[in-house]
Write a protein that binds this ligand. Sequence first.
Ligand SMILES: *Cc1c(COP(=O)(O)O)cnc(C)c1O
Length: 410
Amino acid sequence: MASEIIGPNIGFILNNKTPADVAKAMIESGRQKEPFYVFNMDEAYHRIQHFKKMMPRIQIFYAMKANDSDKMLKLAAELGLGFDCASPGEIYKILKLNISPLSIIFAVPAKTPDGMVFARESGIRHTTFDTINELKKIKQFWPDAKLLIRIKVDGESIYKLGEKFGCDFETEAVNLLEEAAALGLKVVGVAFHVGSACSSADSHVIGMRRARALFDHEARAGRSMNIIDIGGGFLSDRTDRIDQVSKLINSTLEELFPDPNIQVISEPGRYICDSSCNMYCSINNIRRISPEIKNDKLERTILWGPSCDSMDRVMQNVEILLPRCTSFDWLVFSTQGAYSFGFATFFSCLEKPLIRSVISQTLWDQIKNSIFFGSDIFKKDPDISSPLPSTVPPIVKTATIAGSNYTLKI
Ligand SMILES: *Cc1c(COP(=O)(O)O)cnc(C)c1O
């Protein structure tokens, strides 16, 4: 009997099966035809627990832009995390989960007036700034905001943020703090982000030293700050990637910010969610430009995405070597939980791949009474080969023919 179609809202509780078993069963059933993600809740859970264990003083404000899927946000909420929101839409999504606005930092240093009013009226108190212009807007639209000055700290990262965000520590930071004070605004802390996927272990330390200097400046001026925000940027490919950098961060905090009344927050995104998803892609079409080769050889392959855009090429700068592909094969992309479907486009009405969420019985037992997860959101003893629904739209039967002057010859 063919397995029933089960939508992405219903997750699977797994007993003695792995997330990869689920993907394999879906593909081998022949009924799952479109690309899909498998989201492994346990992996995200272990990442959060590992982060907390390695840096017990640091409070996590999950950077939800990395992965804002419903179950990821609910897991973060269930584990008591705060949230780093970057837009009114993100704030709305978190408040709809019934999370306190005081657990949200609106951590984007360039906001629109409407965005500020929305945040203020939603009860959010904290945001960042890095220009005088932003301070003036804040004065007008959100004068009671608690501000963190965002300074530039660029590490050896794959995605640098310093060109766009953060004031220069040497030449701008003190002026901005003075300007804020002159406007009567309250600066309560310092924030930085070393860039996403940062491999230099000392970048966070540099940021904390600069933050200390600004704390000292404020103290000398008779003002005080009490929050340091060390941003995100942690590498995601292995769980233990943060072990080394966390030791440095902990010892630097002890040295520079021994006062336990200073609140230390971090905004990890990629580290929390990246390894929790694999993406499975069906191959739809093949064009051969080299002659038949022996099966055991790898051949140079160009992977094109599904859209009509010729820029839509996967890993353009990488030489991809694959066994000779057929249109029955699937490609597995691992570590696709961060900045993947969030970056997907609806260009030419293409749908995003759907997500199959899975959770172990052990973790489910732990969180099933959560106020965030309804009891029917995960299915026990599922047929793991059940396909996700097709994203092809329903057929429209046009009753009356109207409008166009041109019709094609039949
Ligand atoms: C994107 C972003 C993060 C998350 O960065 P990761 O590299 O995913 O950890 C944190 N803070 C701010 C302000 C960001 O813009």
